[in-house]
Design a protein around this ligand. Structure first.
Ligand code: NAP
Length: 270
């Protein structure tokens, strides 16, 4: 998606992927400076560790101690976390308003943390439902210093979902339920879906999850994971280039790449 955006804007840039082990991370960070790279994305499992190697972290990255984007400003490396802002842009684009409303976030991992940190500043109430209750409690505790929403940690059970969804306007799936190889699964029983409950599924492979399909069947507004993937990438693009990327071109590139992946070719066709 980045190369498609570079081509469209006529920028003399290229985006390439490297496999970096934890042991090689200090050398890889030194290479960003030595080679004069403009920036990088960082993914699991290095998102936390890389924060220790950077000169500065912008506020969300500092709060969450997680970095997915690094920009090189003349040898000074600055870390950003663009997942949360990308998720908010995806919601905004779909016309979902999150001011002074209740939102239920399913999951308490990296993506849930990034989104909850953004939402806590605008929502009135945030329910965090997670399989391991202790991780939901830990996320609620992390968010305690933030001004804003009342945060309630809950177990990810059907009974707790029924209680929390009844007055929520949005539910966000930040678990891998629905993602390959769990594509037959859904975190929300269909009987709990309603036309006035927007459904945001962070899973992007497959594009159409069971949760999104069942939400559409009851007439709910849905937002898929590709939208967030593209918008978090677009935020990185802005950080590196100072330009607004063509998000529709990026979207097309991602959807095209995912559709090329026929069964048995996973991981090979990009
Ligand atoms: P993570 O840090 O590993 O967290 C995973 C979360 O899902 C944890 O809360 C975990 O609960 C829960 N979970 C795992 N397996 C589960 C299961 N079988 N049943 C119920 N809950 C389960 O992962 P992450 O980085 O947050 O990613 C979560 C999802 O978001 C993935 O599907 C990922 O692809 C997607 N994502 C999408 C984007 C995007 O741009 N669209 C960006 C980031 C992530 P416990 O605490 O109980 O283990």
């Amino acid at each position: 998606m980045h190369n498609a955006a570079f081509r469209t804007l006529g920028l003399d840039c290229v985006y390439v992927a490297f496999t970096v082990t934890l042991r090689a991370l200090p050398g890889a960070v030194a290479a960003i400076r030595a080679l004069g790279l403009r920036g990088v994305n960082v993914t699991m499992p290095l998102k936390t560790e890389i924060a220790l190697h950077l000169e500065r972290l912008e506020p969300a990255a500092r709060f969450l101690q997680t970095v997915n984007t690094v920009v090189n400003c003349e040898g000074v490396l600055i870390g950003y976390s663009t997942d949360g802002p990308g998720a908010l842009r995806a919601l905004g684009e779909a016309g979902v308003r999150v001011d002074d409303v209740k939102v239920a976030v399913l999951g308490a991992g990296g993506a849930a943390r990034a989104i909850a940190y953004q939402l806590v500043h605008s929502c009135s109430e945030l329910a965090i439902l997670n399989r391991k209750m202790e991780n939901a409690v830990a996320l609620a505790q992390l968010l305690r210093p933030c001004d804003g929403a009342k945060v309630s940690p809950r177990p990810l059970t059907e009974a707790a979902l029924a209680e929390e969804l009844v007055d929520s306007v949005l539910v966000v799936n930040a678990t891998p339920l629905g993602m390959r190889p769990l594509e037959g699964e859904t975190p929300v029983p269909s009987r709990l879906l309603r036309s006035d409950l927007a459904v945001f599924d962070l899973v992007y492979d497959p594009e159409n999850t069971r949760l999104l399909t069942e939400a559409r069947e009851v007439g709910a507004k849905t937002i898929d994971g590709i939208s967030m993937l593209v918008h978090q990438g677009a935020e990185s693009f802005r950080v590196w280039t100072g330009r607004n990327p063509p998000t529709s071109v990026m979207m097309q590139a991602v959807r095209g790449a995912l559709r090329v992946r026929a069964p048995g070719l996973e991981g090979r066709a990009h």
